[in-house]
Design a protein around this ligand. Structure first.
Ligand SMILES: Cc1cc2nc3c(=O)[nH]c(=O)nc-3n(C[C@H](O)[C@H](O)[C@H](O)COP(=O)(O)OP(=O)(O)OC[C@H]3O[C@@H](n4cnc5c(N)ncnc54)[C@H](O)[C@@H]3O)c2cc1C
Length: 385
């Protein structure tokens, strides 16, 4: 199966997929090795994405977006991955268009939406969301970064880590404690515009096992002053509820990526083993290869069918935390299992970076970790038992 076989596909979405795929293959794929060496894509690539209509596809036109919905985001994500920009722009754009833009759309004031969303859609601003801290990842309520009110400003202090788009980001939603004495009820989301923000600094672009062309960074806030009007939501203390409301979409997006990579791994491996010879026949002719690939194809198809089901639920506004968590843990686990099997069927060449399966192997592992670890997903599912 393929995303274009999903139940919600129509002719316009097919055309969007085709044009986004061609654009990515022409503009970004040739740059991937250079981007891997520099640890991130070029800043200009974000503007190119904006011009090509690949950013903020599900944001209304009134705010500079394309006026689509989650289907358009899923199609663009798939095309960026298949076209050769999996880590840099597919992953980065998920944070930018599917996550940050939707916090602004859902919780921002009219003034905030008009100020930031059109610039996100054009690629003039790159965005990030900073939840994780050196001492708090899964336990989000335990964040230590504070935003303490001083007149009409907040003074932000603390540090964040593992932040996607961290080197490029010019607009960052920072998860802060506006009331450090409280856990969930003390959390607020505060937007920081990094240009000229005194006391803001970026740490290293972290060296990762995979996602080599994606920037992932530490961020430091040392008495960073932002206006109170940069808070998302009318009152303080809404941040945790806002996060819990938006996280299902983030988890669905991770599951979407998992389904795509599983399909790509099977396609790559069928092609490779068909061409590769051993003992006088093609590796694909061994019964073990055929059975392993039959299992992988079945599991990839089940991932796609379940993701499709969740997308339909999401389009109806019915995707709950339980189903999003099921999709995230199951599809990413299957992604890793399938990619591992497929790498095995490549033999030694599968371990070489020049073969796509090697990159998929390195990139896949983190899918079970970010967006909430798969153990946390099982906790969330177990609450519904
Ligand atoms: C490449 C990459 C990109 C990322 N991008 C972002 C980003 O853009 N923004 C952002 O805010 N964060 C980002 N993250 C952070 C990511 O979301 C966290 O790493 C993740 O949530 C886990 O937190 P942690 O690393 O602190 O692990 P910990 O919370 O320390 O977990 C360690 C282990 O303990 C387990 N564990 C924890 N609590 C429980 C429990 N209650 N029950 C059972 N097991 C438990 C976990 O499952 C895990 O196996 C990114 C991470 C990576 C690697």
């Amino acid at each position: 199966m393929h995303i274009l076989d999903s139940s919600w596909i129509d002719e316009d979405l097919r055309i969007l997929h085709d044009s986004a795929l061609r654009f990515t293959q022409a503009e970004f794929e040739p740059q991937r090795e250079a981007w891997e060496k520099q640890g991130m894509c070029d800043r200009e690539a974000w503007r190119q994405c904006g011009q090509a209509g690949l950013l903020c596809a599900s944001i209304p036109e009134a705010y500079g977006g394309s006026g689509g919905d989650y289907r358009h985001e899923a199609i663009i994500y798939d095309a960026l991955m298949r076209g050769g920009a999996a880590a840099s722009l597919a992953g980065g754009n998920t944070v930018h268009s599917q996550i940050v833009a939707h916090y602004l759309l859902n919780y921002g004031s009219e003034e905030q939406k008009l100020r930031w969303l059109p610039r996100l859609a054009s690629g003039e601003l790159v965005s990030a969301i900073a939840m994780t801290e050196p001492g708090a990842g899964s336990d989000l309520q335990g964040v230590k970064t504070t935003a303490i009110r001083e007149g009409d400003d907040y003074i932000i202090n603390g540090s964040k880590t593992f932040i996607t788009n961290g080197q490029h980001a010019e607009l960052i939603i920072v998860v802060c404690k506006t009331d450090p004495a409280q856990r969930a009820k003390g959390i607020s989301l505060v937007c920081v515009e990094t240009e000229g923000a005194a006391g803001f600094s970026r740490g290293r672009n972290l060296e990762k096992v995979g996602l080599k062309d994606a920037d992932t960074s530490e961020l430091f806030f040392d008495n960073v002053r932002v206006p109170v009007s940069n808070r998302l939501g009318e009152e303080e203390g809404q941040g945790f509820i806002q996060l819990m409301t938006q996280l299902p979409q983030e988890r669905l997006s991770i599951a979407c990526a998992a389904a795509t990579v599983a399909e790509m791994a099977v396609e790559e491996t069928v092609n490779y083993t068909r061409e590769r010879g051993a003992f006088g026949k093609s590796v694909l002719d061994f019964q073990n290869t055929r059975f392993k690939l039959a299992e992988c194809k079945t599991e990839a198809t089940i991932s796609r069918v379940f993701v499709d089901h969740c997308i339909v639920k999401h389009l109806r506004g019915e995707l709950d935390a339980e189903h999003a968590s099921m999709a995230k843990w199951w599809c990413t686990q299957k992604q890793c299992d399938i990619v591992d099997e497929c790498l095995q069927l490549h033999g030694g060449y599968g371990y070489m970076w020049e073969y796509p399966i090697a990159r998929m192997y390195a990139d896949s592992r983190v899918q079970k970790i970010y967006g909430g670890t798969n153990e946390i997903m099982k906790e969330l599912i177990a609450r519904s038992l």
